[in-house]
Ligand binder design. Structure first.
Ligand SMILES: *Cc1c(COP(=O)(O)O)cnc(C)c1O
Length: 419
């Protein structure tokens, strides 16, 4: 692929002209298509799709998903409040968090749903809301993720209540008269579909232990292919055996379980790109390397430096420049004073340089980093080297280019400092 799927060289130039670079660009059409695919997830007795806010929390994205019928998964009380600020009704938000602050009760009183993610959280919820309905996040005893950093299940993971503590969960429920209405698992981002299915089927075992459970929430983690050789999870294949198992459970017990899924990556990863400018091209001699330096980097996209994540990189010539026939092998680096600010690293190896074949680059050309809709604007080394937080734009279905977040100013970077 020589051209980015939704960001042509012409669009890139037009966006850069209007909003400057670096710029996050989201494509409304792709966001809508991804939402439709998730809403078609196999289910026997109804489905709620929750967008995992942490993947891409911009209000424009949240509002679009809200309008399409999605609900939301928040991983902190701040995300809950941010979604509400964007206009999401409290009852469409579910909170599963590693840190439950002192004042959580106030927030939940407004109608936000809650999954207790530890025994202590369940106990505190019970004290605040005796007799209420609650969800519980279990660690099903297995995990899977694209990398160790994104695996959040199994004995080495602190996420959720260890499955063997179901008895203690029951005691706490009884003590406070709580009713467990929802069982939740989320085993990792970029999980292997086979492991995901195994974990999902194991949650069905938990459902049998808790006769009041009416909803099974399988979390997120559905893989997407950003570069050649990676594979996007087929949601139909992935969900079908679990749907069948739930239909079977209904036949045996009469319990008709509602499904929830919480995709983050799947909904947004390939609907976003970073539009950057080639601000320098250098080399280290005849036996060395050629480098493209972007006006972006770990301040906008941390995934390569953190996980050795692979993102496709496209070169778009500056308007008026011909596309050269020949390619060169380039190492693509960011603008931070840190050799770890490497965009083209080797797969899974953040510190190992890898080269990408790109049309010969000149200063002023554009680089488009694809697959940057999830965990990029949301998770960056923001303000490192005092680079401002980048702007975000939406390519609307009607062809309009809409700014959805302004570039940060220097005044905003220092506004909380006390001299
Ligand atoms: C992060 C997270 C998700 C989304 O994970 P993806 O890999 O982006 O799909 C869903 N549910 C919970 C509880 C999470 O923490």
């Amino acid at each position: 692929m020589t051209q980015h799927p939704f960001l042509s060289a012409e669009k890139a130039a037009a966006l850069a002209e209007r909003f400057g670079t670096p710029l996050y660009v989201y494509d409304e059409k792709t966001l809508r298509a991804n939402a439709a695919a998730c809403l078609a997830f196999p289910n026997a007795f109804g489905l709620t799709v929750r967008f995992a806010i942490k993947a891409c929390p911009n209000a424009a994205v949240l509002r679009l998903f809200l309008s399409l019928g999605l609900h939301f998964d928040a991983s902190s009380v701040y995300e809950v409040r941010r979604a509400m600020l964007a206009g999401v009704p409290a009852e469409k938000i579910s909170l599963s968090t590693q840190e439950l602050p002192e004042d959580f009760a106030e927030l939940l009183r407004g109608g936000v749903k809650f999954n207790a993610c530890s025994l202590d959280q369940l106990e505190r919820f019970g004290r605040a809301f005796p007799g209420a309905r609650v969800g519980v996040r279990f660690n099903p005893g297995m995990g899977s993720g694209g990398t160790g950093k994104t695996n959040v299940g199994g004995p080495d993971s602190s996420f959720g209540i260890w499955h063997e503590y179901a008895g203690t969960v029951k005691e706490i429920l009884e003590k406070h008269g709580l009713e467990l209405e929802r069982i939740h698992t989320h085993i990792g981002s970029g999980s292997d579909p086979a492991v995901w299915q195994k974990a999902a089927l194991r949650s069905l075992g938990m459902v049998r232990l808790f006769p009041t459970a009416r909803t099974l929430d399988f979390g997120g983690g559905y893989k997407v292919a950003r570069v050649d050789g990676e594979k996007t999870t087929d949601l139909q294949d992935c969900g079908a055996p679990v749907r069948d198992a739930i239909a079977q459970l209904a036949e045996e017990t009469g319990r008709r379980l509602h499904f929830e899924i919480e995709p983050g990556t799947y909904l947004v990863a390939n609907a976003g790109a970073i539009l950057a400018r080639v601000q320098d091209v250098v080399d280290t001699g005849a036996s060395g390397r050629k480098f493209i330096k972007l006006d972006s980097g770990m301040t906008d996209i941390l995934r390569p430096s953190l996980y050795g994540a692979q993102h496709p990189i496209f070169l778009a010539k500056k308007p008026g420049r011909a596309v050269p026939a020949e390619t060169e092998n380039y190492v693509v680096v960011g603008h931070c004073c840190e050799s770890g600010d490497l965009v083209s690293c080797a797969p899974g190896e953040p510190e190992t340089l890898a080269e990408r074949a790109l049309p010969r680059a000149e200063i002023g050309d554009f680089c488009i980093v694809g697959g940057a809709g999830a965990y990029c604007a949301a998770m960056s080394a923001k303000n490192y080297n005092s680079f401002p937080e980048s702007a975000e734009a939406m390519l609307c279905e009607n062809g309009e280019m809409r700014l959805i977040r302004r570039r940060q100013t220097l005044e905003q970077i220092v506004q909380n400092e006390i001299a």
